[in-house]
Design a protein around this ligand. Structure first.
Ligand code: SAH
Ligand code: TYD
Length: 427
């Protein structure tokens, strides 16, 4: 059932062809958003299904556009937040040792640089299972995680993290402010890009942030998505795809300023943005450097976006051809990593259990379930370890190094990995 549709579809005559042009209004600056890629009807990426379920699956139109004014790349259609983030939200941040090291390192950096005053206070939006705040809690520093998904919030609490089960927005910020006072650091990893109502979040940040505080957030970087053709970063939960340029434009609307940008290798290429109150901190050289690089690569120009959409279609065709060929030869092909990203690949390419027998994943809440839309069984890692598949489609490609090191047996027993970003490759 569709219960939201924000785009307006305009139909007009161009020569003898009827063109459907979809536009919507920018969630940041209210200008026109021009669509450049459409993945069709897609399910909720983290709605892994009970095989016995009989209810109708929810689908929405997954398409991406760019704001003609502020250049923010964003989804054309929004999914109501309660459908995605709830008690049974299955994603666990701590499933990767690389990510555990990444976040504990950042927590130590905050403790050494920003949280050094008399009674410092840090707020994290989307703390999930406490992967970052766990280190802060251990150090005995005052903190709060704001996390709407109850199950993962409970896991954070079990690590000694103080959590408020709520969506962060202006109203939440006001009540945190009343209870705890201003925050020296407000932090969000892979969360700000999940929030269409970002204006309310930034109003909240403005109210809650200490005069010399910082708002730091990290999310998949649009430049890397274009460079790597990683179109599966596009799914219901990822509403925005930031660049330094669009973040700078957005920040200035809320009295904030972009003072630092760091490019990160995790999750297939991310950027960490640091915002401060305008004029409160020097603007680092990284900002000018990144803005210049973005301008040179014409990240949001029509030609770049059309080229991206064309490459995405080529990957779909190549992957489907490869998997159909392997199925005809009777090869045993399975998947690895029931990621949210995989929903886009599987549903866009039309890959089902006829082409991929199962997907192995370590997350307990995904095991025994079917992937959304494509209905491929998700099985525990033990099943994968016991089998010797001919080919393994690496759906968690952002953890490739970690997974391939742990799963040396695949190649040792004559099997091969299939990757699809930046192009379809077997090896
Ligand atoms: N920070 C973690 C989790 C990212 S997943 C990491 O980087 O691994 C995104 C998280 O954001 C989910 O746990 C989801 O429940 C949470 N979330 C979604 N909307 C939110 C909001 N408005 N405020 C705070 N958290 C939110
Ligand atoms: P991830 O790529 O982090 O995020 P998303 O779901 O947002 O696309 O998800 C990684 C998935 O892969 C997660 O379901 C856990 C699983 N996984 C394994 O099964 N084994 C592993 O060694 C690792 C690192 C992840």
């Amino acid at each position: 059932m569709r219960d939201t549709f924000l785009s307006h579809v305009r139909v007009f005559e161009k020569g003898t062809i009827t063109v459907m042009e979809s536009t919507t209004t920018c969630r940041i600056c209210s200008s026109r958003v021009r669509e450049f890629v459409d993945f069709g009807e897609q399910p909720l990426s983290d709605a892994f299904r009970d095989p016995a379920a009989t209810d109708e699956e929810y689908f929405f139109r997954l398409a991406v556009g760019v704001c003609e004014e502020c250049t923010m790349v964003q989804l054309m259609e929004e999914v109501p937040r309660e459908r995605m983030f709830h008690e049974d939200y299955p994603y666990l941040s701590s499933g990767s040792s690389v990510m555990r090291a990444h976040f504990s390192g950042l927590a130590r950096r905050f403790l050494d640089t920003e949280l050094t005053g008399d009674d410092p206070f840090i707020v994290e939006l989307g703390c999930n299972d406490g992967i970052m705040l766990g280190t802060v809690a251990e150090a005995g520093v005052r903190h709060l995680g704001v996390e709407p998904s109850g199950g993962v919030a409970d896991r954070a609490a079990a690590k000694g993290v103080r959590v408020r089960k709520d969506f962060f927005e202006a109203g939440t910020a006001a009540s945190v402010l009343a209870e705890d006072g201003r925050a020296d650091v407000i932090y969000a990893a892979n969360t700000l890009c999940h929030i269409p109502y970002i204006g309310s979040v930034l109003e909240g940040v403005d109210a809650l942030l200490a005069e010399n505080g910082v708002f730091v957030f990290e999310d998949p970087y649009w430049a890397e998505i274009v460079r790597r053709n990683s179109f599966d970063q596009i799914y219901d939960e990822h509403f925005y795809f930031f660049t330094a340029h669009s973040v700078q434009a957005m920040a200035s609307r809320y009295g904030l300023e972009l003072v630092d940008v760091e490019l990160l290798p995790v999750h297939g290429g991310e950027a960490r943005y640091t915002l401060a109150r305008a004029g409160s901190r020097p603007v680092g050289a990284s900002v000018t450097r990144t803005l210049r690089a973005e301008q040179e690569s014409r990240l949001t120009d029509e030609a770049t976006l059309t080229g991206f959409a064309t490459r995405v279609r080529a990957i779909r065709d190549d992957l489907l051809e490869l998997l159909q060929g392997l199925a005809k030869e009777g090869r045993k092909v399975v998947g690895y990593g029931a990621t949210a990203k995989s929903a886009t690949v599987l549903n866009y390419c039309g890959i089902g259990p006829d082409l991929i027998e199962y997907i192995a994943d370590t997350t307990p809440a995904k095991q025994g379930r079917l992937t959304p839309g494509s209905h491929i069984p998700v099985v525990p890692h033990e099943r994968f370890a016991a089998d010797r598949p001919d080919h393994v489609l690496l759906l968690a490609w952002n953890h490739a190094e970690e997974i391939m090191a742990n799963e040396r047996g695949v190649r040792e027993s004559g099997g091969a990995w299939i990757q699809y970003v930046p192009r379809v490759e077997v090896g």
